[in-house]
Design a protein around this ligand. Structure first.
Ligand code: HAM
Length: 421
């Protein structure tokens, strides 16, 4: 019989040490979103396939090549979410949330699935911290969402991340621009890759995003979208920039950012690092004022971003980020003899009831081995319960970092907790 010990390609296990990093990131997510007053939402891992086809867009790589789609036992076409925006908009529409107080400000921590060629920073199952804001078409909303992403990255103490922004205008400006762009790429057809030749009629703006060198050369000289945006879109973009500047947020304009998903209009943005290899986009987002209409004929503006958490972990590792590990054991209660073991379990049990992370020996080890173990699990404090300690009801609580010892009454849980906190 073959042993089953290999996970599917493009997935990854997270071992306890790495989990501490994930927990830290999640803590920063909660603190940052709280400061901006965004509320958490949760929605299903799978949705009707049509939601992504209509939401993300039929012509996108995500829908055409990357979705995990299958028929369920009742022959319904189901898709594992490749991203969070479509699901979040569906949640907002289905629950009629737009009928209440506006704007609606939500965040989510989710797993996503895309059938892509795995490499560093690109997985088939990956995780996103995402934010969506509904009900405001004002540029202040764009600036708020961008500043939330910026603050999150700052709070994680990550460095050398560049914010790039662009405006792809509204439907009208885009139509004008796409015509000009099509003409330009038609004239340079000979130098485009096969994928881009396919994009030429369906989605020529995506050619600007192509990572293939020869297409990049053609794109470099392509007409620039910002030259074709209407007055209103231009004023909107100017105001977004003004608001970012008012918050001291540095940014670059990159006219080549068009994003890989079809729902965007006006502001689009990415945060990019060049310290984690080819997949350097840690955050992508933008405005999508037409998506709720596309799905349910409701005119509700929307915008948001998503940050790839595996890429954040890569960056934390690359920058040797000294994160605060709150996952350490508070106290290890070592013991000698049968009586010691019983007293230790009593004490540990009482501490655990008060949410103190406490451990004692459950392997029948010698005192020396117990202390070695306490060291290995980085216990912050230790104490030893032997015959003397039990008789006198007193023990020495040792701070493992400073070596300082304090005599405590082993029956006085409140006093012990005070010491540990
Ligand atoms: P996206 O650019 O497709 O946008 O993905 C956002 C982020 O998810 C990327 O910048 C990257 O960090 C991470 N990511 C994407 N694909 C992978 C992968 N295969 N492996 C690892 N990480 C990945 C969206 O998903 C939009 N829903 C963002 C948004 C929210 N726009 C408006 N609201």
């Amino acid at each position: 019989m073959e042993l089953i010990t290999k996970a599917p390609r493009g997935t990854s296990d997270v071992l306890p040490k790495e989990c501490a990093k994930w927990q830290y990131i999640e803590e920063i997510v909660r603190k940052t979103t709280k400061a901006f007053n965004y509320k958490e939402i949760k929605f299903p891992t799978f949705e009707h396939t049509e939601l992504f086809e209509r939401g993300v867009g039929q012509e996108t790589d995500v829908v055409q090549k990357e979705m995990y789609t299958f028929l369920d036992k009742s022959n319904r076409s189901i898709t594992l979410r490749p991203e969070g925006t479509a699901g979040a908009v569906r949640l907002m529409l289905e629950n009629g949330l737009y009928g209440g107080v506006l704007p609606l400000k939500y965040y989510y921590l989710i797993s996503c699935f895309r059938y892509e060629k795995p490499q560093a920073g690109r997985l088939r199952e990956f995780h996103q911290f995402g934010v969506e804001l509904f009900g405001s078409c004002e540029p202040q909303a764009d600036a708020e969402v961008i500043s939330l992403a910026n603050e999150f990255l700052n709070n994680l103490k990550l460095k050398n991340i560049i914010l790039q922004i662009n405006s792809i205008g509204c439907k009208d400006c885009r139509e004008k621009y796409i015509n000009v762009l099509k003409k330009y790429f038609e004239q340079n057809k000979a130098n485009l890759c096969e994928t881009c030749l396919n994009r030429l009629n369906k989605n020529p703006m995506r050619i600007l995003d192509c990572k293939i060198k020869q297409c990049g050369v053609v794109s470099k000289k392509a007409p620039v979208g910002l030259d074709y945006i209407c007055q209103e879109c231009n004023a909107h973009f100017e105001a977004v920039k003004q608001n970012l500047t008012a918050m001291n947020i540095s940014f670059e304009i990159n006219e080549k950012i068009v994003r890989g998903l079809d729902y965007y209009n006006r502001t689009v943005f990415e945060f990019i690092s060049n310290e984690i290899g080819a997949q350097g986009t840690v955050c992508g987002g933008g405005r999508y004022d037409g998506l709720a209409y596309e799905l349910a004929k409701e005119n509700i503006s929307g915008l948001g971003f998503a940050i790839g958490l595996e890429r954040i972990i890569l960056l934390m590792t690359a920058q040797d980020n000294q994160f605060k590990n709150s996952d350490l054991c508070d106290v290890f209660v070592a013991n000698i003899g049968d009586m010691g073991s019983i007293e230790a379990v009593k004490l540990v049990n009482a501490l655990r009831k008060k949410m103190i992370c406490a451990e004692y020996d459950i392997l029948g080890r010698s005192l020396k081995a117990q202390m070695k173990y306490a060291d290995k699990i980085s216990a912050k404090y230790t104490l030893v319960l032997g015959e003397n300690e039990i008789n006198e009801k007193k023990a020495q609580l040792k701070n493992m970092q400073t070596g300082e010892k304090t005599t405590i009454n082993i029956e006085n849980i409140t006093e012990i907790i005070k010491m540990l906190r």
